[in-house]
Structure formats: structure tokens, C-alpha cells
Design a binder for this molecule. Sequence first.
Ligand code: UDX
Length: 437
Amino acid sequence: MRRENIAVIGTGYVGLVSGTCFAEIGHQAIAVDRDQSKIERLRQADIPIYEPGLEALVRSNMEAGRLSFTSELQEAVRRSDILFLAVGTPSMPGGEVDLSYLESAFRQLAAAVDRYKLIVIKSTVPVGTAAMAEGWLREEGVEEGRFDIVSNPEFLREGSAIHDTFHSDRIVIGAEDQQAAERIAALHAPLQAPVLFTDRASAELIKYASNAFLAAKISFINEMANVCEKVGADIALVAQGMGMDKRIGSHFLQAGIGYGGSCFPKDTKAQLRIAEDVDYDFKILRSVIEVNALQRERFADRIIQELTEAGGGKAVAVMGLAFKPNTDDLRDAPALDIIEALTTSGVQVRAYDPVALEKASAHMGRHELVTFHADPYEAVAGADAMVITTEWEAVKSLDFGEVARLLSQRLLIDGRNCLEPAAMAELGFRYVSVGRA
Ligand code: UDX
């Protein structure tokens, strides 16, 4: 394998994981961020995000001399032949993608292009961005022939990003120049993943299309679950039966309170907007987004209805704040919307999360109806009902006999369908989940 000198610009989720994994497979990687204090922390292997396995990998690759961190963008560009751009592309209020960080990174790196550079866009960007970035470089005076720009989207899931990198389903390389494409494929060779070569626009769209499709699976199964509730069927069995058809597949058919996180909400809105910009009304996607928002509302309404029917309890333990297990990411987390809906109705919330508690209390600030508890049993003690919003192992493996004793009413509302209805009924709970009888 040819050992490449790589700079990864942006040390967010994608940049940090990619840079570290490139080092792990033998390349020389410099990770760049303009946030000096973040770089200081990373140099001590102090990882700003919670991602299983990442800290150990950062540490060992730094020790092996393959991974380093800097806030000097131009210095890193001079020392590297391949530049990966992994800066944030947040969405703006109308769903439009904010490319200002990406543009600024391109314009800054231009001054350091002293020889040919192969530039790879890893950030999730609207179709046409790679072509636009060529324009930015030319405007900054970088000569034709001194660079190629390749699109190489990432498909990592938070919480299993390292595993996903080493077991990718595919590596998508969108390029206009064949040599550039092959060099990027060679760089990934130790990962032994299937490679798909495309044009750049298609690669850019594959990322949005994949996330939109997965989000659609989730909204579909959630609507199916809502129907199941009305007709007395069990969504877990319906999903199992559907998933046995290879054309459908069993993944992403877990009904519950819908998707959150840094990708699906942002990317679905961005894709809707991209379609709108070319005068296309992407009807399915519009519904996917709407259904996802409604699912949270329905769940909050259900909690309030159950509390009322149980005699008007006023306090609930909300178990899990992160948008999914194994991450401390609170971006667009369903739990936060549900807590807001509950407190707006005057319900007291006793919040628990094994990892994201501190972040959540900083994010939510002081609220007279919300308390935060590092101990799950403490959160439950004194509550009228327990609500599961994130299917953390620490929540699923609670001693539910003890939970039943601690709750003032044996009401258990599971927004992630992660417990066995029969076992919960045996413990004397009124167990409510999504789409299961
Ligand atoms: C996702 C994509 O999976 C990844 O390929 C892309 O690069 C980034 O976005 P991530 O956001 O980390 O990754 O989480 P993922 O595990 O895909 O879950 C997303 C959300 O969907 C979570 O809120 C999860 O709870 C929810 N979900 C997932 C369901 O509600 N039901 C399911 O069946 C699957």
C-alpha cells in the first residue's frame, strides 16, 4: 500500500473518526481545527465526543507517530498531498445547507497549494458543491491542474463509527478524473470494502438519498405502528414478517418515537430543499419529515393521557436523553421535544441518561419542572411513571422489580419498544409501547 500524507480539515465527528482510522490503516494523518483549545485537548487524547473505542485509537496512533493535531491549516496543507474536508455543513432555518465553513476552508487552503493536491469533500453537501468548490479555488488564484476535487461521502453511525469504518458496506468515490478516483480507492484498500466509482453529482446525491431512504423506512414503520394500535396488531411481528423479505430487509424497521441526531433531520430537510430548488416537490420526503415530528407529539400526548387515566400523576422519570444509545449527542433528540411537551403541560420531569446528562443540563438550562439524576433509580423514585426515550443498555437492564417498587404508580411507557410486554405485565406494570398490543 502506498502510504499517503493526509490532512483532515475539521475535527468534528466525521473528521476525527476518519483521520484516526486513516492513521490506523497506516497513513500519515494531520487533523486540523481552527479551535485551538480543542486541538490542545485532542493532543492529550481528550476526546470531545463520546464514541466507544475512539480514545484508545487516537492515543495509540499518536504514540505511533501517525496521527497529529494542529490549528495551523496552511502548514498542514503544505505537509500533505491529500486533503479531506470534513467541516460542518449545518442546515439553516429554511432547510438550506450552510456552506460557509466549507467555502472558508477552501479559500484558506488555497494559499498553501504549493504543488498538486487531491482534495476530497467528506462533509455532506448539496449536489453541485464539488463543482462550485473548483470555482472558489480558481478565484483564489489556484492554477488549473494543481488540484482535483473528489466527492467521498461518509456513512458512519454515531456510537459505532469505528466499527462502521472497518466494516463499510461501500466506499463511494465521485470524481471527474480517473487517476484521482483510483488514488482515493487505493487509500482505502486496507478496509477491504466494495468501491463504487461515480461522477461527483451522483456521489453527492447518494449520501442524501441513503439517509432520506432510511428515514423513510423509520417513518413508514412508525405509521404502521400507529395503525397497529388501532387494529390490535403487533408492530414487532409485522416488522419481523416484512424484514424476512430480502427485498425489504430487517434493518431500520424499529418503531418508536422516530429519528433524531445530526444527520437524518438535517439531511432530509436539505434534500427536500434541494428538490424544491429545482422545482420538484418531493412528496414522500415531505411526509417522512412530518410523520417524524408528529410521532413525538403523539407520544407526549399519550404519556399525558396515561397519567390522567392513572389518576392524574404529575411526575415522570424520563430515561434517556441522547438521540440514541452509545452517544452523548443531543442534536434533535426526541427526548428533548418530549420533555418540553410534558413540562408545557405542567408535568414534572426527572431526567436520567448514563452519558449525556451534563450536556443536557447545560443545554436545557434551569427549569423549575426538570431535575437531572445520575442514578436511574433515583430518577424513578418518587415518579408516577417511567418513560423510556432512549434504549440504553443501562435502561433495559434495570431491575424492573425495583422500578415497580419505587414508582408511585406502576406505569411504564416505552417509546423504543425495548422491553418485553409479557415480562412487564407480570411485574404488575401497565406497560405501554408503540404499536404493540
Ligand atoms: C445515520 C446513518 O445511519 C449514517 O449512515 C449517516 O452517515 C448519519 O446518519 P446516526 O444518525 O448516527 O447515523 O444514527 P442511526 O443509528 O442511523 O439512527 C438514526 C436515528 O434513527 C436514531 O434516532 C434512531 O433512534 C432512529 N431509528 C433507527 C429508529 O427510530 N428506528 C430504526 O429502526 C432505526
